[in-house]
Design a protein around this ligand. Structure first.
Ligand SMILES: [Zn+2]
Length: 329
């Protein structure tokens, strides 16, 4: 494949300069459209992390990020109802060059380039790939045989399970080295996703940012999307630290690292592998069969300031969790 892989000069993006230590918290693999509703309807059991930091985090919250605030500022959030119980979502064009081919409980996205397609995440199983992703790509008028590369955000089954369907057909599948280790190791060096690496497909740069926490080698992906020809930058972010204080610290550092990069390049679209639990407005748009009214703004473009506020909120929530977890140690 003709792609130019470039890496940061010292093997990674610059380290974050954001103030202080941080930590993180986490989601799991969840989903289900009803899930945010479930959270909002549930008794107020959340925000049990350090109260002072929770209030600082709340100051960064916006209406669309409240569901995230509730979860991330809770030390042990409830499992998402409906996880693993989703169905195929209606395939949908989200931007001129970005499409949703996922389920209602976990996402998969296709980036269209001038020289083929890139896929982000592969759902649960090879059957999902064959029966949801591939038909979805066709339904959108794209050619699944033009798939050039598959990025898997992390090794958990709901993201990686469909990957063998594509690797068996000769498509390069990329995960971080740490997450490949959980799947028996990478098939070759070309399949290792590295921090700061930009994979170029048909002139479309897709940049990998290592954001550990949910798994040891979870990655986020940054790439351009176009809206009637206007360029925006999207980030698919994995936000769910799983573990104790050390994992949360690593997750804080990872999200600050991503936020610094996002700020430097102007990311103004934030997407999540489990959109249904993060942003009900984005979820409703992605899952809706209805076409967007002509001329209406794309609801996925939240703006660079909101992307930064979101990251600041989540980082502060994770710090609040760390304070609480440390107090219990
Ligand atoms: Zn996961």
């Amino acid at each position: 494949m003709e792609h130019a892989d470039q890496q940061g000069r010292d093997g990674g993006l610059p380290k974050s300069n954001r103030k202080g230590l941080m930590m993180y918290f986490t989601p799991r693999d969840f989903f289900a459209v009803g899930f945010v509703l479930g959270i909002l309807a549930a008794p107020a059991s959340g925000q049990d992390a350090d109260p002072e930091l929770v209030e600082q985090a709340r100051a960064f919250a916006e209406p669309r990020s409240m569901a995230t605030f509730e979860r991330q500022c809770t030390v042990t959030p409830a499992r998402f109802p409906g996880l693993g119980e989703g169905v195929a979502a209606t395939p949908k064009q989200l931007f001129d060059n970005l499409y949703y081919v996922g389920r209602t409980d976990v996402g998969a996205w296709v980036i269209e380039t001038s020289d083929g397609l890139a896929l982000i995440d592969t759902l649960y199983t090879p059957e999902d790939a064959e029966q949801i992703i591939v038909p979805g790509i066709r339904a959108l008028g794209l050619d699944p045989d033009s798939l050039r590369v598959v990025f898997v955000t992390h090794f958990h089954r709901d993201h990686s399970g469909g990957a063998p369907y594509f690797s068996d057909r000769g498509v390069r599948v990329m995960l971080s080295e740490a997450d490949w280790a959980q799947l028996g190791g990478p098939p070759d060096a070309e399949s290792i996703a590295r921090d700061g690496q930009t994979v170029m497909i048909g002139g479309t740069p897709i940049t990998i940012v290592l954001t550990p926490g949910h798994t040891p080698g979870a990655i986020s992906l940054v790439f351009p999307v176009f809206e009637n020809g206007e360029r925006h930058l999207a980030a698919v972010m994995e936000l769910s630290p799983r573990g104790g204080v050390d994992v949360h610290r690593e997750a804080v550092a990872g999200l600050e690292h991503l936020a610094d990069y996002a700020e430097s390049v102007g990311v103004d679209v934030g997407l999540h592998p489990h959109e249904m639990i993060f942003d009900p407005t984005a979820r409703d748009f992605i899952m809706s069969d209805a076409a967007r009214p002509a001329g209406s703004p794309n609801p996925l473009v939240i703006g660079a300031d909101s992307v930064q506020r979101f990251a600041d909120m989540v980082v502060t929530c994770w710090k609040a969790r760390i304070v609480t977890m440390e107090a219990k140690e």
